[in-house]
Design a protein around this ligand. Sequence first.
Ligand code: SF4
Length: 447
Amino acid sequence: MALTGLDIFKITPKTNCKDCGNPTCMAFAMKVAQGAIPLDKCPHISDEVRAKLDEATAPPMKTIKIGAGENEHTLGGETVLYRHDKTFVSKSLYAVAVSDGYSDEQNETAFADIAKIDYERIGERMRVDAIFVDYASDSAKFLDLVKRANDMDRALIISCSDADIAEKALEIAGAGKPVLSGANASNFEAMNALASKHGIVLGVTGADLNELHDTVEKLEKAGNKNLVLDVTMGNIKDTFAATVQVRRASIKDGDRTFGYPSIVNTARIAAGDRDMQSALASLFTVKYGSVIVMEGMRYADALPLYGLRQNIFTNPQKPMKVEPGIYALNGADENSVCALTVDFALTYFVVSGEIERSGVPVNLLITDAGGYSVLTAWAAGKLSASSIAKFFQEADIEGKIKNRTLIIPGKVAVLKGEIEDKLPGWKIIPSPPEAIQLVKYLRELDV
Ligand code: SF4
């Protein structure tokens, strides 16, 4: 169970020396209990006590790394059941399944579709994170698929409960640190030896949660805590129940045996039904799939799914912001027109994208508005004629830019007069209200 602030306070030196940057040992202890600062900020706690406390204050769910190099991903490390309680930590990964049990056509389509999804949204690259290579019965075809998947520059999950065949797959793909999934009640010793030999994460399965729990206990007893839990059961209902129960057991009940990230295989519980798999991928992004496997990923599936994931896995306590300053777009220089907006990341990426699409050189001025959108910032008093004038002064806009035309967001056209008073010599023009109108507007702008 997580320690309370009082538990932690008891082991501090209680000298209130402030070396940790806190006024008292009690204040320090409360922050450690909330996870706001690490224990090692106090230099006066002995290594022995620290080691014991590190174990006790570690997140209830382990942080597990899969893949290597640019394809390394972090799973788990979660501390809350609900995002609004604090934040979710490690985003769900989307994996596309290929299998020797599928037709060649299905596998080819899956590989081709993986390559097609690669785009950027709000500064994040969106692509299929992992390939799930599933062994059914044809070892030659399976190993050929492992080779193909290994060449695709993605993290791999090798799903195979036959240790001999899994060993051959790892000879091909072991260097990329794949997950070896398929340890169960009857093969866990051989699979554990294989995962340990290659230094990789072992995926554990079970016929039900009791069997899964027992197998994980045995693996932990054998010294392996580098695990993920495949919580896929026989159907959608049981899989959803298992996924939620495992997460609740680790976070709420402090059951560290279930304190590992999960794999949910929608390709198994909704085989052949791609629309259902898309719907399930959304469900398990919210609750609580660490790796979500699908039979394929079409571009049209990816757009809403990655948008959902990006929303769920941002910290609700921290607005998504970009740095205030001058962003010269389309080769803008000191003679180019200026356009101003707020530092809310979504606003920045939408507005900058439309300006880039227009091809017109524009100095995009991003003002500090607390990470709020235009209307919210205006209503909260964080976007006003005074705040804009202050930004102009601090960023030395007039020293850096000779052009004296400033386009302001159409939604705050009401500020035009006040801004003209604060920035004498500037021509202030409200833009159209929607960013999508900017392309035509800028191309036709005569300044
Ligand atoms: S550095 Fe340690 S001893 Fe000093 S105030 Fe912080 S917690 Fe207390």
